[in-house]
Design a protein around this ligand. Structure first.
Ligand code: ADP
Ligand code: MG
Length: 701
């Protein structure tokens, strides 16, 4: 199925030694196929000579000229000036910096040269600042019939080298064309060229190509590749879903669940309409004899946990086990408390598993899980471990699912099969939850294998959080204000976010803020929480804060997800400009959870760029996670919004989810229609090898 070009290694190309191969490897360029999919960032038009007399100052141009004289100029910006007469008889001076006398000898009077670069109109006429330049002793060769591609490169790997290598790869492509894996019908429908034509056009656009359309990524050749990549991604997710659906799951009827009715009756609140609607969707899934694969999205505080508890109740009551997994110890502990409050009174056996048990304790817990005695098991990543085997796992609930990859999510669903090889294999239902409000298109692209439910309503009575954006120069006043507020019974978070990618440094920054508080206001009860603390220490701090033994919690972003202390009503976030909007929204969501009016102060380090200002203003103006996420997506792109860790490999080579949203809506149904055909013809395998080989997640899933 694979193309010979994927077998041909770059090291086999002319002029590629081990050193160069290493540089290429840095760009993930190993085979000729990789080279072909390494697309230009932009193009230079060297297909015709620019008439300087008609040139727009500041635009790029190619000139041919005869050298009149070259001279070194000293002073503040020393360099070599080469005065020429261009092909259209216009005087022009080329200026080069960092040129030694040896190099200067090339530019001899009477020689011809070709120079490409920005043409400026200076005091003494036309000038070009270090243009790309070639000097000829004889007649210059004919002009290139193609636009010159400019590729993304890396240090020590010259543009010319890359151009030459990719040119060689293009020659090979003509000899070994790639298989056409997209159905003819779709190409016609969408008016897309074939794969080989598309690649050749992009590496060698003929003279006269529409450079505007190329730079806007609107040409059919570019669209062809975008479509192929997104389509492959969609097909692959749907294939994954299908293979999951092929394995049966136990069907649970929630209509007849007495515990569920009791659980709802015991709640001190009424479910919101959105919660009820989402629950309907879940209970319909649970009633099927194939596994639920559902993602529940709900803004912070929208009440996802109780929905999880309801699903757990229905499943556990019918004799199956439920695993509930959270990304952090703090969050797992919070879930344990919630489940204990809701499910234990109904007679369910609850167990928690984290990474911090003593060996003997751990053995006991594992035994209870294996025997089925433990019915609802709350835990962290520890639940993934091989030693954890369930008797009969019927439901897996994963909170803050974006923290885990597709692979991890699926790993937990495989935990039954090993338990009893004689038992007919079944799949547990999967319920995943996220508070990261991902715009729908992005969710579709990232989690196309999941059905989506959205809790788009907050419980009544929540008050808006007032948000202020202040310069760091006001920091001391903010601290003082915080102290006053705490005297009135307010509890506050002070967040010192990511300074570097190092929790060590964050912890230090947070520690020095703690010291400032202690020095200024010794009577203020301040705690410090960061990722370097032991789980038990973190838990203790959270418990103290919840019990109002602490007035202020100085923290790193470890408190980002899920922490629930309803009495806390003041949130200060330092260096807010360094955080993504989604993350700020998550952090801010730690307040405004109770009946008190809440406030949030975003401190920034001046000066603030225009975009940064715009972003922080969005935070001030909106409290709707979806609005914020849409804006964030526009400004920063999907990789950043979801975070690389969170995307499960959602980094596309050519497609851009934000730019190419419109395609997604079209490709999802198309993938559905064509999946079977393409699977049978082997084209899907070909597409996956072409586009996803580096994303092993999907293959081993
Ligand atoms: P999240 O969706 O962020 O996980 P939680 O499940 O932690 O939100 O819910 C936040 C708070 O709101 C909890 O204290 C929860 O008990 C409460 N809650 C959930 N649903 C409702 C509701 N319908 N009415 C009032 N409060 C609710
Ligand atoms: Mg939650």
């Amino acid at each position: 199925m694979s193309s010979p070009l994927s077998e041909l290694q770059v090291s086999g190309l002319k002029g590629v030694g081990p050193k160069l191969a290493e540089k290429l490897a840095k760009l993930q360029l190993h085979s000729l196929l990789d080279l072909l999919f390494h697309l230009p960032l932009r193009y230079q038009d060297k297909t015709q000579l620019t008439q300087l007399s008609q040139c727009l100052p500041g635009s790029e141009g190619l000139i041919e000229a005869e050298i009149l004289q070259s001279r070194f100029v000293g002073g503040r910006a020393p360099g070599l000036w080469v005065d020429c007469l261009s092909h259209d008889q216009t005087p022009v001076s080329l200026r080069f910096f960092h040129v030694n006398a040896n190099q200067a000898r090339f530019y001899q009077r009477g020689k011809r040269l070709r120079a490409f670069g920005e043409c400026k109109l200076g005091m003494q006429g036309w000038e070009m600042m270090h243009p790309d330049c070639e000097v000829f002793s004889a007649e210059p060769p004919p002009l290139s019939p193609f636009l010159t591609p400019i590729y993304p490169t890396t240090e020590g790997l010259g543009q010319k080298t890359l151009q030459k290598l990719i040119k060689q790869a293009c020659l090979q492509l003509e000899q070994y064309p790639l298989a056409e894996h997209l159905p003819r019908q779709l190409c016609d429908q969408w008016q897309l060229p074939g794969i080989n034509e598309a690649l050749l056009t992009l590496h060698q656009p003929p003279a006269g190509s529409d450079t505007g359309a190329l730079s806007r990524v609107e040409t059919p050749a570019q669209q062809r590749l975008i479509v192929e990549e997104l389509f492959t991604h969609q097909l692959s997710l749907q294939r994954l879903r299908q293979s999951q659906q092929a394995i049966p799951a136990p069907a649970f009827n929630s209509q007849t669940s007495r515990g569920l009715h009791q659980l709802i009756a015991n709640l001190p609140f009424q479910l919101t309409l959105a919660q009820q609607r989402v629950w309907q969707e879940i209970s319909q899934d649970l009633a099927q004899a194939r596994p639920m694969q559902r993602l529940v999205q709900g803004d912070v505080g929208s009440g996802k946990t109780v929905i999880a508890a309801m699903a757990a109740q229905v499943c556990a009551e019918q004799g199956y086990q439920v695993a509930i997994m959270a990304p952090t110890e703090i969050l797992a502990e919070q879930h344990r408390q919630a489940m204990q409050a809701w499910l234990t009174p109904l007679g369910l056996q609850l167990t928690s598993l984290s990474g911090r048990h003593k060996p003997s304790e751990r053995q006991q817990i594992l035994a209870a899980i294996a025997s089925g005695e433990a019915q609802v098991i709350v835990g962290t990543h520890a639940l993934f471990q091989d030693s954890v085997v369930f008797k009969q796992l019927g439901l897996v609930i994963i909170d803050e699912q974006h923290r885990f990859g597709v692979h991890q999510r699926l790993a937990l669903t495989q935990k039954n099969q090993t338990s009893d090889p004689n038992q007919s294999a079944w799949q547990p239902h999967q319920l995943t939850m996220t508070a990261t409000p991902i715009p729908r298109t992005l969710a579709m692209a990232a989690y196309g294998d999941l059905d989506l439910s959205v809790i788009d309503e907050l419980p009544p009575g929540r008050q808006a959080i007032d948000t202020a954006v202040l310069s760091n120069s006001k920091r001391y006043e903010v601290m003082e204000h915080l102290y006053q507020a705490c005297q009135q019974g307010v509890q506050a978070y002070w967040v010192c976010p990511l300074i570097e990618e190092s929790e060590q440094l964050n912890a230090q920054a947070a520690a020095s803020t703690l010291a400032e508080f202690q020095q200024q206001w010794p009577d203020l009860k301040v705690g410090l929480i960061h990722g370097k603390l032991k789980p038990a220490e973190k838990e203790q701090l959270m418990a103290d804060f919840k019990a109002q033994q602490l007035q202020v919690l100085v923290a790193t972003t470890v408190i980002e997800v899920g922490v629930n202390v309803p009495n806390a009503s003041l949130m200060i976030i330092e260096n807010a400009e360094r955080l993504g909007l989604a993350q700020l929204h998550q952090l801010r969501g730690r307040v405004g959870r109770g009946s008190k009016k809440s406030h949030c102060v975003l401190l920034y380090q001046a000066p603030l760029s225009e975009t940064a200002k715009a972003r922080l203003n969005i935070m001030r103006e909106s409290q709707d996670g979806f609005v914020i996420a849409e804006e964030d997506l526009k400004i920063r792109g999907p990789g950043e919004v979801l975070g690389t860790r969170q995307t499960g490999g959602l980094s596309f080579r050519i497609a851009d989810i934000s730019r190419d949203q419109a395609w997604l809506t079209e490709l999802q149904p198309a993938a559905h229609d064509w999946l079977e055909t393409l699977q049978q013809s082997g084209d899907l395998a070909g597409l996956e090898a072409r586009w996803l080989a580096h994303r092993l997640d999907y293959h081993h899933a």
